[in-house]
Design a protein around this ligand. Sequence first.
Ligand code: 3SL
Length: 237
Amino acid sequence: MPKLDICFSPELLPLYDLSGKVAVIVDILRASSTIVTALGEGITHVFPVASLEECTAYGQEHGCLTAAERDGLPAPGFDLGNSPFGFLDAARPMRGRALTISTTNGTAALRRSLAAEAVVVGAFLNLAAVADFARQQQRDVLVVCAGWKGQFCLEDTVFGGALAARLAPDFDVRGSDATLAALHLWRQGQADLSAYLLQSAHVRRLNSLEASQDFEFCLRIDAYANVLPVWENDRLV
Ligand code: 3SL
């Protein structure tokens, strides 16, 4: 039976063997939610990059949209920041465009996980699509939480618990204390996810940046139930 394990921070990745596994990259607030929204709203493909310099260079080379965030704020000089609402702006239709994006933690976590057999992007918005993919693959799954500057984040871990709950009993979700802890947190918070996650450090950070509408949006479970960003060659499609 395939196993599901959870890596609480990209700093812990050297302790895990990604080979042969499905890596699910999660940064609920907000990079993975924003990437799912972008693809769900008609962006053709996404080039996630770690540095702002790469983002600028990619944008110039490929003539694509650029999005960048540092410390929760839009980085200056790019078309967009890291809000999913950037892709829901009817006044600026983006359907059919490609995107390059760089965020503080999420895109760097993805770049550090490319040794996996398959790499997908997970969020509450596409929980069903991630679970379906894992079932099809029948491989061990590692949920890679982007965290915040190397530290644990509640919302990413709770997503890991939600995915474990969806995949049980067909996956072994009892093999690591990380997964057990995530399941406990999910069970604790699932009845009112918004109230539960309101306590988290990153929600407080976003609220102080007046991005609280992003928080509510990112918790909409299965709003993009058919959208699965999958790594192919050098991009997410
Ligand atoms: O760290 C990241 O990758 C971002 O998602 C953080 S923020 O939500 O844009 O502040």
